[in-house]
Design a protein around this ligand. Structure first.
Ligand SMILES: [Zn+2]
Length: 336
């Protein structure tokens, strides 16, 4: 993801709207405030960042997971087997999609469910594919990067959440679905014609072919580029539009458990990402995504779509901050 430059004009307008909406909402809330019971909170089990790191490294060890490559096939097979071994009920969606540059891709969305019989559900997602070219790289833009952060970091955290749920003494009381979307990162760097989106092929497919008829979840959390050293997660514009209460919950939880250095109260513009299609599918969703205003594009990390996106930038402290926060949000949900 994503051609932020093209979206930038929209983002600024969106931000202005967001600010004005926000103030209105605050006014209303203050005027109509009634005493409410605090949400029941149980402490989540500990998220193990060493294990999450190993899951990231394992994906990178296969090579870039570029669709239609042998590395992509092997990497996907690994994720299916690993999710099964972690106790999830696994479904695989196989489909084909055509890229902006005319390639026909064989893709797989991989879905793992915990507590599948529970109706009150939360959806967690990340993309698992690697962009076919590191097209922002100054010296070698034609070949793919390792995608340690862009792809593998989110998947690594979600695998570790799966492992934690498998071993947890206390059930969180909600059902959890983990989706690894394919084909997120083959988008057109020059922007798409109006009404088309060459990014997010897997989530676009899933939005119209859900893994279960009438599937729904209370909300969704997308993780994208969540493992870099010194990462900052700003509140992304479309997340604020799609699911503002979820943004509030996650940032508040992160601050309560000590991760305010990572989850910052800064507004970022809207970024087209898989959460758009999760929301269109009926699951209001937000994006936790690394934000660096000092990078050349003003938003994404300096490693973004460059060969520096390798294991050297992955930091266990960042994996811990994100993984523990998401787990705590899960355990804060009221069991229904
Ligand atoms: Zn990307």
């Amino acid at each position: 993801m994503k051609n932020k430059i093209v979206k930038f004009g929209i983002s600024l307008i969106l931000l202005i709207n967001l600010f004005s909406c926000d103030f209105r909402k605050k006014d209303t809330a203050e005027n109509t405030q009634t005493p409410t019971q605090p949400a029941p909170v149980s402490t989540a089990p500990a998220f193990n960042p060493d294990s999450a790191y190993q899951y990231v490294a394992k994906q990178v060890s296969f090579g870039p997971r570029v669709p239609n490559s042998a590395e992509h096939r092997t990497g996907g097979d690994y994720l299916i087997q690993k999710l099964k071994s972690l106790g999830a009920t696994v479904q695989v969606q196989e489909f084909e999609s055509t890229t902006f540059d005319g390639k026909r891709l064989k893709l797989r969305n991989i879905i793992g469910s915990y507590n599948p019989a529970v109706t009150n559900r939360i959806l967690l997602a990340s993309h698992w594919d690697t962009r076919p070219f590191a097209d922002k790289d100054e010296t070698n833009p034609a070949t793919p990067a390792d995608g340690a952060n862009d792809g593998a970091s989110g998947v690594g955290i979600l695998l570790e959440i799966g492992r934690t749920l498998q071993n947890a003494q206390q059930n969180p009381g909600v059902g959890i679905d983990i989706i690894f979307f394919d084909g997120e990162d083959w988008g057109n760097p020059n922007g798409d014609p109006e009404g088309q989106d060459s990014w997010c092929l897997g989530s676009q497919y899933w939005a119209t072919h859900k893994h279960q008829a009438n599937y729904t979840a209370k909300f969704g959390i997308l993780l994208d580029m969540v493992g870099a050293h010194g990462a900052k997660f700003a509140q992304e514009g479309f997340s604020q539009e799609y699911a503002p209460q979820v943004v509030t919950q996650i940032w508040k939880t992160a601050h309560q458990i000590g991760y305010s250095d990572y989850f910052i109260y800064t507004q970022n513009g809207g970024i087209t990402d898989d959460h758009k299609y999760m929301t269109q599918a009926g699951v209001p969703s937000i994006d936790i995504i690394d934000y660096d205003p000092t990078s050349p594009d003003g938003t994404f990390g300096k490693y973004h779509h460059r060969h520096t996106d390798n294991m050297s930038i992955i930091d266990k402290n960042t994996l811990k901050a994100v993984g523990q926060t998401v787990l705590q949000v899960i355990y804060n949900q009221e069991a229904v």
